[in-house]
Design a protein around this ligand. Structure first.
Ligand SMILES: [Zn+2]
Length: 645
């Protein structure tokens, strides 16, 4: 039985109850215990083939989760099976080139598994496949044995084939529901643990550390180093403290092994903290620079397995949970890519806006609270017809952010290193988004108030003009500094001149802004939320949405999303999006996964959802799980309910 304590992307902290009254906190390390290798004294989990009088040493086993390998990792023959003990069944190792023979291998694994299960043992199902085959084998194990733990046994072999490794991990993870523990044998080291946890694994072992210690390697969480070249011991763990005073022990196998163990345990704590704080991606982006294959593996995952990752990325985070995008990899973070993709899929500008004003971003978020953006706002407000002006911020790594979406995650959370220069990838993303924007959204005039991107914008405007066969009227208002008195005056004057002949727009604009926000959050179903005469009250960023006297929802700055009332839920439900179909029961507190029958596929952690039965709305609240987990899992909170009938 697995209970989640915290989840972040595919990584999770959980408690695994392996025997009544006994649980293991994951991610965790299985410490190898054989006649030749002793485990860490801090071990909570053991991987062994050791048998004393036909049984694993009782002292060693006490209160520890034990997995006994029957021959998938160490070479061994059939062993005596004890009740309620976990075993990795015997398996045939196929080289990568012989993957097509997996059918006979499957039969062999199934036979070994059946033997263990029939004798009362529990199995850790071994998967030895590449790419889709890994998924097929995992599904086979799931259907036949429904084990709690699965092991991807050929990880070590796949280290040299990064693209295959990525597709294997993706297929393996995709084939299994979230409540299975995933074990990656043989490859974990302190510096790569974070990456593998991020990719969805929960269990690791100490074999690679033991091999490394034999070779004289000193492990840290940023890489493994040749201990012969070390003049100082950069660690104060127990083993290193002894080594400091004992020259014979210093950098001996025993010292390197003990230190490596401690480093693994300490990194597991770093990882658990990062997951609890929503920072696992940031930790991974720091760690992967230890070895090139780690960077390649993450890039492969980002480029080729976006969907799997995106599904588990929360859609919103609290306003003060910063997203640090400081490496090249950050540009391909699934939540950043999703922001961009969703603009293309869902975005429509406020209809009554006639002038597009392109602005630079600000370090302070949300942008409109920054000094520079307050100055831009002042210029707009004093230009005479402010509500026809639509501000769009050009920025890296999001590409562009229309003003009314500035609160939506990660627009108000991201932080990037600012150098004043833009690199090629950043520029190309802005170009791509701006080109899409100008080709699809209609304006009468374009005002460019970004000195450093003037040339880029001009070129894109020229390209779009050629494609559309229509002239776009463009005005450049900032030459050197966007916030200089000169520039701001030019901005105000230009806006005044071009907007004076346009129809005056009043309160309709704020309604359209919220409508645009709602479309971004809920997709097409938001049209039902904005049917009829809609009114908006409150002070930005906290705005209430009314139809007549009935409140439908509220945009809040801290959440950066629209929260619904029951009436709002009823309106949205007509669109059948963000809908969770529950069993026929009266909701008392929150909704748990066991009560969920079905859920709209677009639901992500943090989404505003409507729960109901057979078309009848029963509650509105925040999704605590992605749609797939709501459907597949039988434990855990699915919706934190805000209002219920
Ligand atoms: Zn140490």
């Amino acid at each position: 039985m697995l209970d989640f304590i915290a989840r972040d992307c595919l990584g999770r902290v959980a408690t695994f109850v392996w025997k009544e009254g006994h649980c293991l906190r994951t991610p965790a390390i299985l410490f190898v215990s054989t006649s030749r290798i002793r485990p860490s004294e801090y071990a909570h989990a053991i991987l062994t083939d050791t048998k004393i009088d036909g049984k694993v040493d009782e002292k060693e086993r006490r209160d520890r989760f034990v997995i006994i390998d029957e021959g998938s990792i160490f070479s061994r023959g059939e062993i005596e099976i004890e009740k309620d003990t976990y075993y990795i069944p015997r398996d045939i190792h196929l080289p990568l080139s012989l993957q097509s023979l997996h059918q006979s291998a499957l039969e062999f694994i199934d036979k070994s598994s059946e033997r263990i299960v029939s004798l009362g043992g529990k199995i850790v199902y071994p998967v030895n496949g590449v790419g889709e085959n890994a998924g097929i084998i995992a599904r086979n194990g799931l259907e036949k044995f429904s084990p709690e733990v699965f092991a991807l046994c050929n990880g070590k072999e796949l280290l040299g084939h990064v693209r295959d490794f990525a597709s294997t991990i993706a297929a393996f993870r995709n084939a299994l529901p979230s409540n299975k523990l995933l074990y990656l044998p043989g490859v974990a080291l302190p510096h790569n643990l974070a990456l593998f946890v991020y990719l969805g694994f929960d269990l690791f072992d100490s074999t690679a550390v033991a091999f490394g210690a034999r070779k004289g390697l000193f492990f840290t969480n940023y890489g493994a180093f040749d201990s012969k070249k070390m003049n100082e011991i950069p660690c104060f763990c127990q083993a290193c403290s002894i080594a400091r005073d004992d020259e014979k022990y210093r950098f001996s196998y025993e010292h390197l092994l003990r230190h490596g163990y401690n480093e693994m345990i300490s990194e597991i704590s770093n990882i658990r903290n990062a997951i609890s704080n929503g920072k696992i991606r940031e930790l991974v982006e720091i760690r992967i620079h230890a070895e090139p294959w780690m960077v390649s593996l993450l890039r492969n995952f980002d480029l080729r397995h976006y969907e799997l990752q995106e599904e588990f990325y929360p859609i919103s985070r609290h306003a003060n949970e910063q997203l640090i995008a400081s490496s090249k990899e950050s540009l391909f973070r699934p939540d950043i890519v999703r922001f961009k993709r969703r603009i293309i899929e869902r975005y429509k500008k406020p209809e009554c806006a006639k002038i597009l004003l392109l602005l630079p971003c600000s370090a302070k978020k949300p942008y409109s609270f920054s000094k520079s953006h307050r100055a831009f706002r002042e210029a707009i407000e004093s230009s005479g017809n402010p509500n026809v002006v639509h501000e769009v911020i050009l920025t890296s790594p999001l590409g562009l952010v229309p003003r009314e979406l500035e609160l939506f995650y990660p627009a108000q959370q991201y932080d990037i290193p600012v150098t004043g220069d833009w690199d090629e990838i950043e520029i190309s993303r802005i170009k791509e988004m701006l080109k899409w924007y100008l080709s699809t959204q209609e304006y009468e005039e374009i005002v460019v108030h970004i000195p450093e991107l003037c040339k880029v914008v001009e070129n894109i405007v020229y390209e779009v003009e050629k494609e559309k066969g229509k002239e776009l009227r463009m005005h450049i208002t900032a030459k050197e500094h966007a916030t200089s008195e000169d520039s701001l005056e030019r901005l105000r004057d230009t806006l005044e001149k071009i907007s004076s002949g346009m129809e005056k727009i009043g309160k309709r604009r704020i309604v359209e802004d919220l409508r645009s926000f709602a479309r971004y959050q809920f997709g097409g179903a938001s049209d039902y939320l904005f049917e009829g005469e809609i009114d908006v009250k409150g002070r930005y960023p906290d705005l209430k949405i009314f139809r007549g006297k009935v409140q439908l929802g509220m945009l809040t700055g801290e959440r950066g999303m629209i929260s619904l009332t029951l009436d709002g839920g009823k309106a949205l439900a007509k669109g059948r999006s963000y809908w969770v179909e529950i069993e026929d029961f009266k909701i008392k507190g929150n909704v748990f996964a066991i009560g969920v029958k079905d859920a709209s596929r677009e639901i992500r952690v943090g989404d505003e959802v409507v729960a109901g039965h057979s078309g009848e709305v029963r509650a509105v609240g925040v999704a605590c799980m992605t749609a797939r987990d709501m459907i597949e899992l039988n434990r855990g909170e699915a919706i934190r309910v805000r209002h219920k009938i």
